[in-house]
Design a protein around this ligand. Structure first.
Ligand code: ATP
Ligand code: MG
Length: 317
């Protein structure tokens, strides 16, 4: 089984890492590769800024589940394209309110509860509640598969672009945290179920994204340690993103004013190489490298990242 086949067999992939390292574009590229393996994949973004759709040049989801087209490289020659790719921008607050609606059944009562200051206060302040809501939504979306419910398309796999704050550790640790505090009732039961879901390496995988720079690498190693300590999980994959292109061995002819740029290129690339070597020692397990590409967040960037993922899969298969 290749790395991507292994990831495609999971139900939830949580993509995490420090802010601005490329989580959103990696979520898109990885999700589209997994959809090409024949899976029905839902990309979920938990970020009020909504920018996942830009990678596909699609309109904003505004909370709805919308289908997008995975870019297929010209070289793929068709492939097993029975899968499909969808995306959704998820508002945790909305999910909590939906959950409440399911449990209370009565619309009027639900509206009153939601409008009450006590509930609003509870939702903002209760540690882990929003995280629990996000995970429970992901679990529900994949669980519906085979049950014949048609309100949502059944999905094989959710790729979750986790919020940057707390590195996604708080997201993955939430079920355990909540289960410890609330042992009774539907929330306690839900928290226990989700603890099992995120601890199960057959169902949930963790992908960490980083840049090959000193501080992001240190934080990435701390993240690995925190995931182990607080969630009891080891990430399945590390994506080292936005590497400068290799610096040529032969001298390059440059105009005097361009020397600064050449110097920048050489020094950043040296830092990248040093940190990639650091990670090769300090990070056991699968690592994939992605070059920095001269494209904005959009289909061209997506196609370039996808191609690099697929090339490395061939090398590691
Ligand atoms: N390999 C790459 N080549 C070129 N540009 C890239 C690459 N990876 C990411 N980018 C660009 O870097 C910026 C940050 O990427 P992205 O939004 O995916 O990061 P993020 O980790 O999701 O950020 P945040 O934590 O703010 O959500 C985007 O403009 C994206 O297009
Ligand atoms: Mg993002």
């Amino acid at each position: 089984m290749t790395l991507f086949e292994r990831l495609a067999s999971r139900q939830l992939i949580v993509v995490t890492g420090k802010g601005g390292v490329g989580k959103t574009v990696v979520t898109a590229a990885l999700g589209s590769v997994l959809a090409d393996l024949g899976r029905r994949v839902l990309l979920v973004e938990v970020d009020p800024r909504e920018n996942l759709h830009q990678v596909f040049d699609a309109p904003p989801s505004g909370g709805e589940i919308v289908q997008v087209t995975p870019v297929r490289p010209e070289t793929a020659g068709g492939g097993a394209a029975h899968g499909s790719l969808w995306l959704q921008n998820l508002q945790p607050k909305q999910v909590v309110e939906d959950l409440l609606r399911q449990h209370l059944h009565l619309e009027l009562l639900t509206r009153r509860v939601i409008a009450s200051p006590i509930f609003q206060h509870f939702m903002e302040g209760a540690p882990g509640l929003k995280e629990l809501a996000v995970l429970s939504d992901a679990e529900r979306v994949v669980r519906q598969k085979g049950k014949g419910r048609s309100s949502h398309a059944p999905f094989d796999l959710v790729v979750l672009d986790a919020p940057a704050t707390g590195h996604g550790v708080s997201l993955l640790a939430a079920p355990h945290l909540v289960a410890d505090v609330i042992s009774h009732g539907p929330i306690g039961a839900q928290a226990r179920e989700l603890t099992t879901f995120v601890s199960d390496p057959e169902r949930t995988a963790i992908v960490v994204v980083t840049l090959a720079e000193e501080l992001p690498v240190l934080e990435t190693l701390e993240l690995r340690e925190a995931l182990d300590r607080l969630v009891g999980r080891t990430p399945e994959l590390l994506v080292i993103n936005a590497l400068y292109p290799p610096f040529p061995a032969t001298p390059i002819e440059v105009l005097p004013n361009d020397e600064f740029l050449i110097d920048l290129w050489r020094t950043r690339r040296q830092v990248n190489e040093r940190e990639v070597a650091h990670l090769a020692e300090a990070w056991p397990g699968s690592r994939l490298l992605l070059r920095m590409l001269p494209a904005d967040r959009g289909p061209r960037l997506l196609a370039g990242l996808r191609q690099q993922l697929l090339e490395q899969q061939e090398q590691t298969a």
